[in-house]
Design a protein around this ligand. Structure first.
Ligand SMILES: [Fe+2]
Ligand SMILES: [Fe+2]
Length: 179
């Protein structure tokens, strides 16, 4: 196990880049991203607790990339490609709950990103940073559990090979459009 303040570099298997091959099974790809997000939440928790720690600057850079570039892509995969394909089977209204959780995340990320930019430059985050980060960590952990326990089984049950292939194609196209 790396020490608590070790930066989440490519050397850590928990945050290694996710391979495009996983798009062969888009639901497994999204679940692998959830596992990586769980590791990144742990890093965010530590940065919120000790923004002046030696490794905090490097971790802040990784967290910024996740929150401002990678997570929006993941949310687009879900809101634009996955949720619409499950709408007809969502009797419990879970998709609306998940969209609301995404909206709450977006509001908190705006505050957190500002603090992370300051930390990445070697500065001190705003006074509300730690609280916003803790709220995001707690809320996003619940969101991940919500998706893994309700959304993924729903998708496994209802999406056939054609829907899975179309989902994967859209996710690949979304990544190819990235600058
Ligand atoms: Fe997700
Ligand atoms: Fe989500």
């Amino acid at each position: 196990m790396p020490p608590d303040d070790a930066p989440p570099t490519a050397s850590g298997a928990d945050v290694a880049p996710i391979q495009a091959a996983l798009l062969d099974d888009p639901l497994a790809f999204l679940s692998a991203e959830h596992a990586r997000q769980t590791a990144l939440l742990g890093h965010l928790e530590r940065v919120a607790r000790e923004p002046q720690a030696r490794a905090a600057r490097g971790i802040a850079v990784v967290l910024l990339r996740w929150l401002t570039r990678e997570l929006p892509l993941h949310v687009a995969d879900e809101e634009r490609s996955l949720y619409p394909r499950l709408a007809a089977f969502d009797e419990a209204g879970v998709l609306d709950e998940l969209r609301e959780e995404h909206r709450r995340d977006r509001r908190l990320i705006a505050d957190i990103a500002s603090g992370l930019r300051r930390i990445a430059r070697g500065g001190v985050p705003e006074p509300g940073f730690a609280e916003a980060a803790r709220e995001f960590v707690a809320g996003h952990r619940k969101h991940l559990a919500h998706e893994e326990t309700v959304l993924t089984p729903l998708a496994r049950r209802w999406l056939g090979p054609e829907a899975m292939a179309a989902l994967a194609a859209e996710m690949v196209a979304r990544r190819q459009q990235q600058p």
